[in-house]
Design a protein around this ligand. Structure first.
Ligand SMILES: *[C@@H]1O[C@H](CO)[C@@H](O)[C@H](O)[C@H]1NC(C)=O
Ligand SMILES: *[C@@H]1O[C@H](CO)[C@@H](O)[C@H](O)[C@H]1NC(C)=O
Ligand SMILES: *[C@@H]1O[C@H](CO)[C@@H](O)[C@H](O)[C@H]1NC(C)=O
Length: 278
């Protein structure tokens, strides 16, 4: 029964579909506890005290502490194992997950070469053909661009990856396309940024597509709406403190990301899709 109970708690706090709570996943991913106060349905804030009390000389992942030099699997075929690393003063002890190096290519005199990709490998395999040969038969078209068999299709939508395969039907939710909402573990890949006071930005909140991070660089300030009131719990971003309902102004991407203190303690940032992609 406890198993079922845990599952319920997980769904109720993480899934946006089951209880109409548009709660981004970053708090639960870094181990903060949802606090409901007077709202039985949706958490009103998260208790992230463990971030300040746990041993900052270790790395942390899914509730387990690791010593310097210890490794965990990166959960992403394009990343090597993550190693607990000491970054020094600014970023402290955090995970380092280097990217797999796919740069090695082949050139064969007199041949055209390109990389053929598949979803189960990070790096594509070289495919070469003589220019006077017929092109590889499978071709796909998306947004007026023609792709050859195995090429990555430029979808313009983060978290949706498509590869030109015979079955590709021109839609982003059809064959040849896959979504990667779960790949970007904030604990593994964003912990240095979160430590530095940054906030995650979502391209989409439902389903949750983590897109990038926004970091304090100086010159940001708090925008207070007319009806704002002092709240018991605050959000933080770098050295700034926000009441619930207050927003962040940042010079860096002011038009393209809207960051609001909706569920302390981290800001909730949404990407303005009219800005296209970075
Ligand atoms: C934190 O971890 C370091 C490295 O493992 C250890 O030397 C230190 O004693 C720990 N500190 C506390 C307060 O547990
Ligand atoms: C694709 O090409 C057609 C015809 O050349 C043009 O009418 C259309 O606007 C183009 N679409 C895009 C997305 O560029
Ligand atoms: C403040 O005003 C905004 C926009 O008019 C509204 O969406 C928000 O719910 C209001 N907040 C409070 C605390 O009344």
């Amino acid at each position: 029964m406890w198993c079922f109970y845990l599952l319920c708690v997980f769904l109720a706090t993480v899934s946006t579909g089951t209880c109409q709570c548009e709660i981004p996943k970053h708090h639960t991913e870094i181990g903060c506890q949802p606090v409901h106060d007077d709202d039985p349905e949706c958490p009103t804030r998260f208790d992230c005290d463990h971030l300040t009390t746990r041993n900052s000389s270790k790395c942390h992942y899914k509730g387990i502490s690791y010593d310097l030099g210890e490794q965990v699997y990166a959960e992403d075929i394009c990343l090597d194992a993550c190693t607990c690393t000491d970054y020094g003063f600014d970023y402290g002890v955090n995970w380092h997950c280097p990217s797999v190096d796919c740069s090695l290519g082949t050139t064969i005199a007199g041949y055209e070469c390109y990389k053929q990709h598949s979803f189960d490998r990070c790096c594509g395999e070289n495919f070469c053909y003589a220019p006077d040969e017929e092109l590889p038969v499978v071709q796909c078209e998306y947004n007026n661009v023609t792709y050859l068999h195995g090429q990555h299709i430029e979808t313009g939508v983060p978290c949706v990856k498509c590869i030109c395969e015979p079955e590709f039907d021109g839609t982003l939710d059809g064959p040849g396309c896959t979504t990667t909402y779960d790949r970007h573990s904030i604990e593994l890949h964003g912990s240095t940024l979160i430590s530095a006071g940054c906030a995650p930005i979502y391209y989409d909140i439902s389903p949750q597509c983590l897109y990038t991070y926004i970091c304090p660089v100086g010159g940001e300030y708090v925008v207070t709406p007319d009806n704002s009131t002092e709240s018991d719990y605050k959000c933080t971003f770098g050295d700034l403190t926000f009441n619930v309902g207050e927003k962040l102004f940042t010079w860096a991407i002011s038009e393209c990301a809207e960051c609001t203190c909706s569920t302390p303690t981290l800001l909730t940032c949404l990407w303005n899709t009219e800005c296209g992609t970075l």
